[in-house]
Design a protein. Structure first.
Length: 255
């Protein structure tokens, strides 16, 4: 039954395509533009992220893909593992070829849980982000509700009892574990603080229990019209998002 439901919901533009292929990523530009509800989600995310950067110093976005964050953050440097329209540079999060303390911050949107060894990324973040800068992420989060959705309806693994912070790479965008951000910053918080004392966990805010699901995301059909978005968000903000949120806004400060 679940397999039939997933097949019905799959977006026709990317049906049958490898979700990690660069051609699929390029098609997602069309998908975001064609789905007003989804575009409103990303606009809200980007506004929240941009509010943390008030200066004019350079900010690097890793895994920019089909995003449009630069509309909210003009000084943004976009990057991905391959060059597609809107991407400035080819950058691997494990080896950021920039000078020491050259950035005000780094931004990742649904990217950390794709990095095969996030320890290498954190080491690079400490090196290239100047003191007082920020590393900001929006990532899947583990709650009672989200775990059910991610494990039953999502194409990526969501393994909460994974013992390590890394997994085998299987290609350009690697494999994934959607539970990785929760593992690093919640389950293994003490280990993160021991390993990276120069990256302070400033805040973690779980949010958005239903909106992304209704949007169909990048790979599923849209289930809600754009005009319904403020209604859905109004309802969500009156629900215990700490308990039911599917994502978390994670802010790290460079000490």
């Amino acid at each position: 039954m679940v397999k039939l439901l997933k097949g019905f919901l799959e977006h026709p533009l990317t049906r049958g395509m490898d979700v990690y292929d660069e051609k699929t990523t390029a098609l997602r530009l069309q998908i975001v533009r064609s789905k007003p509800f989804l575009r409103k989600i990303y606009s809200e995310w980007y506004k929240n992220i941009a509010s943390y950067y008030t200066g004019r110093s350079k900010v690097l976005e890793i895994g920019s893909g089909a995003g449009f964050l630069r509309e909210f953050l003009p000084q943004l440097i976009t990057s991905d593992l391959f060059i597609i329209p809107g991407v400035d540079y080819k950058v691997d999060a494990r080896d950021i070829k920039l000078e020491i303390a050259s950035l005000e911050g780094i931004i990742l949107t649904n990217v950390l849980h794709h990095i095969p060894d996030c320890n290498l990324f954190f080491q690079e973040a400490v090196r290239v982000v100047k003191k007082g800068g920020s590393v900001i992420m929006i990532e899947p989060w583990n709650t009672t509700w989200s775990r059910l959705i991610y494990q039953k309806l999502h194409h990526e693994p969501f393994i909460t009892d994974w013992s390590e912070w890394r997994f085998p790479s299987t290609g350009k965008q690697s494999a994934a574990n959607g539970a990785l951000p929760w593992i690093v910053f919640e389950r293994d918080k003490h280990l993160f603080e021991e390993r990276y004392p120069n990256l302070i966990i400033h805040s973690i805010r779980p949010f958005m229990p239903f909106a992304y699901l209704l949007s169909g995301g990048m790979s599923m059909r849209n289930l809600a019209p754009g005009w319904l978005y403020p209604v859905v968000r109004f309802i969500e903000k009156h629900i215990n998002e700490e308990k039911y949120g599917m994502f978390a806004l994670i802010v790290l400060k460079r000490a």
